[in-house]
Write a protein that binds this ligand. Structure first.
Ligand code: WT7
Length: 649
């Protein structure tokens, strides 16, 4: 295996929390770990009992590898648990402090407000004919209405599929069609860096190709209007005018699907990750509580967009299941100015801040001076997610944001896992820069080699040995792909996450990165084949190979080796056209940073592109095993070509 990071394994700095932190922590000793080690079903069952069930489960777990069912026979509703369960006690507690991106634009939503809104919206959905089991696409900016829409679906048992608003209309249509959604919920405009982006227009473009769509529901965010197609499109405020503000939560089977969230895999087609009501709820609730060591007085800010799993679990559901107060920000970290995040932390006295390594590296590049103008004294715990938090960024976060007093939880998990799997709880374990740490109670991980044999030292494939409640249940309409992607014959009982990792002597896990053809740009997962199919879709392109290369801020950047059709002129204008084409097909997150025109790419005898060699090339690494390479001559010429292209860019 090629993924070694020996220098990182030498890290020996360890950080502990104060005695005071330990004494006040929810997890003070290893008893939860012991309980889970002894019987993980007992551990999860005990956590599930903290939530409301209309009917208790008959059995905790049914595990027929690779399919798990949790809390079988139980009936519950996640929206009920986020809202009704807290009534009337938390009626006046703030659920969200919401900040718009322009000065002075802020709103507060109490649990009482959210309860009323979600019920109204749910009644609105019913008015549009949405029923339990129907799929609803949500394509929204970071406004609280996005959470309202998600919870309204959950309340009536409709399955939501949130599509990040940065995805193009083409990508939106692809997801709507795969899930066969009948409704899209959107907004008229998105505010982004002082501009109003007409997002409803994107939806109009998308639904042209979506035969299953019956309605488009639109939240109005600005005074001006947008084009509405009569009968199909409805304004939310008109729809809910006069509807009842009571809508009782549908008792859902624990194993009913709650949502589908598309994520990239190793083929051109995104995978529809399916999560179910009961298990996901228990995972979101439990991990929020223990990982962030939450207190009633906390103000929690997770900066993720609701379009990603982090925004689902730690913005829309987990914190509300725990009755927490949150901050939600509509805008970018550098608008209206580069100190806006710190201004928000100061203003709302944020105590728990959860963000991505790419943001931390960007802040460090902008310089610590910017932070000095703000009082960040309210912070007590910091979190990171999405990609490896390298030791330099860890130290910067620790020193300049946490003022050397806040522990950092580097949380490893995935869209598929539904909730956090690996991180050191600061009250129990020391923190080690560059390492996510140890698995949470109930989670058992193992590093294995390519043949599935356990590895004690060094690096290997990260696997999960036992099912856990918030694991994905299948891929939407593609159980065969679920089985083939995440499990291996003959037993199909161990989950392969697609990441490589290494372990130190104390059992701390360092995540190295993906071992498949998935690229992680700023914590966003993009399949190399998705980008390749977008590029070959362009008339000038004959063939493409896409690989990641290291990027100082974003973790990885996209490099595309492009073979043009004959007689096409390889100039810079075409490079820009191709980049734009990818943005149109997928979205801005997939824009290649570098395009290299070439005559050929390395291939196996059976014609498979050997991305591994290209990856090594752009990483300036020695090229590994070339025995299966069919076209030897291409490698040296490409290497020269790449060096030349690099020297010019
Ligand atoms: C992939 C999952 C889970 C929320 C956001 C991303 C990478 C995630 C870490 C971490 C190193 C990480 C992995 C993983 N990743 N967290 N703490 N350290 N890498 O969700 O889009 O499903 O991506 O993100 O490669 O497999 P996602």
């Amino acid at each position: 295996m090629k993924y070694t990071m020996q220098n990182l394994l030498k890290e020996d700095r360890l950080f502990s929390v104060s005695q005071r932190f330990k004494e006040g922590a929810r997890v003070k000793d290893r008893s939860l770990f012991d309980l889970a080690d002894n019987n993980y079903c007992d551990y999860w069952q005990k956590e599930a009992e903290n939530l409301h069930w209309f009917k208790t489960w008959d059995r905790v777990l049914d595990w027929q590898p690779p399919h798990a069912q949790w809390f079988i026979g139980g009936k519950t509703n996640i929206s009920y648990n986020c809202l009704d369960r807290h009534m009337p006690a938390l009626k006046d507690r703030i659920a969200y402090f919401w900040r718009g991106e322009y000065e002075g634009c802020e709103r507060m939503y109490t649990y009482g407000d959210m309860h009323e809104w979600v019920q109204k919206c749910a009644n609105g959905l019913k008015k549009l004919g949405v029923k339990k089991g129907d799929r609803v696409a949500i394509y929204m900016p970071m406004i609280v209405e996005a959470v309202v829409a998600m919870q309204a679906c959950a309340r009536i048992g409709a399955i939501h599929t949130v599509v990040f608003a940065g995805f193009s209309s083409h990508a939106l249509a692809e997801r709507i069609n795969d899930a066969e959604c009948t409704l899209v919920i959107t907004a008229d405009f998105v505010h982004r860096k002082g501009k109003k982006i007409p997002i409803k227009k994107q939806v109009d473009e998308a639904v042209k190709d979506c035969a299953t769509i019956e309605h488009v529901m639109v939240f109005s965010t600005v005074e001006e209007s947008c084009a509405m197609t009569s009968k199909r499109d409805v304004w939310y405020h008109e729809l809910v005018e006069g509807v009842a503000n009571v809508c009782s939560a549908e008792p859902m089977d624990a194993e009913d699907p709650l949502f589908i969230l598309y994520t990239s895999g190793t083929t051109g087609k995104p995978k529809g990750i399916v999560h179910t009501v009961g298990g996901y709820m228990v995972g979101a609730y439990t991990t929020t509580k223990y990982v962030f060591d939450i207190k009633d007085s906390d103000v929690f800010w997770c900066t993720a967009d609701v379009g990603w799993i982090t925004g689902h679990t730690y913005v829309a559901y987990g914190p509300m299941l725990n009755g927490m107060t949150q901050v939600m920000y509509e805008g970018a970290p550098n608008y209206p100015h580069k100190g806006v995040f710190w201004e928000i932390i100061q203003e709302y006295e944020v105590s728990i801040f959860y963000t991505a390594p790419t943001a931390i590296r960007m802040f460090s590049k902008w310089g610590a001076d910017i932070l000095k103008a703000y009082d960040l004294g309210s912070l007590r715990l910091l979190g990171s997610v999405g990609e490896p938090l390298n030791p330099e960024a860890w130290m910067w976060y620790h020193e300049h944001v946490g003022n050397k007093k806040c522990p950092i939880v580097d949380t490893w998990w995935q869209t598929e896992t539904g909730s956090i799997m690996i991180t050191n709880l600061p009250s129990i374990d020391k923190q080690k820069p560059g390492y996510a740490g140890k698995p949470l109670p109930g989670i058992e991980v193992e590093l294995v080699d390519e043949s599935g044999n356990q590895i004690q030292h060094g690096s290997g494939l990260l696997t999960i040995k036992k099912p856990w409640p918030s694991m994905l249940r299948t891929l939407w309409k593609d159980d065969a792909r679920y089985r083939a992607t995440y499990f291996r014959s003959p037993d199909y009982d161990t989950y392969y996450c697609g990441d490589a990792a290494a372990k130190d002597e104390d059992g701390n896990i360092m995540i190295i990165g993906r071992v498949d053809d998935v690229i992680n740009v700023s914590g966003h997962r993009i399949g190399s084949m998705e980008i390749e199919s977008a590029l070959v879709d362009h008339e000038a392109v004959a063939e493409v190979a896409v690989v990641p290369k290291p990027h100082e801020i974003r973790g990885e950047a996209i490099v595309a080796f492009v073979i043009l059709k004959e007689h096409i002129l390889p100039d810079d204008a075409l490079k820009n056209t191709l980049k734009k084409h990818v943005v149109d097909m997928i979205g801005a997150i997939a824009r290649p940073e570098t395009i290299i025109f070439t005559q050929d790419v390395p291939k196996t005898r059976s014609g498979k592109i050997m991305r591994r060699l290209l990856r090594e090339m752009v990483h300036d690494l020695p090229l590994s095993d070339m025995t299966t390479l069919a076209n030897q001559e291409v490698v040296s010429s490409l290497k020269e070509h790449y060096q030349f292209a690099k020297s010019r860019s």
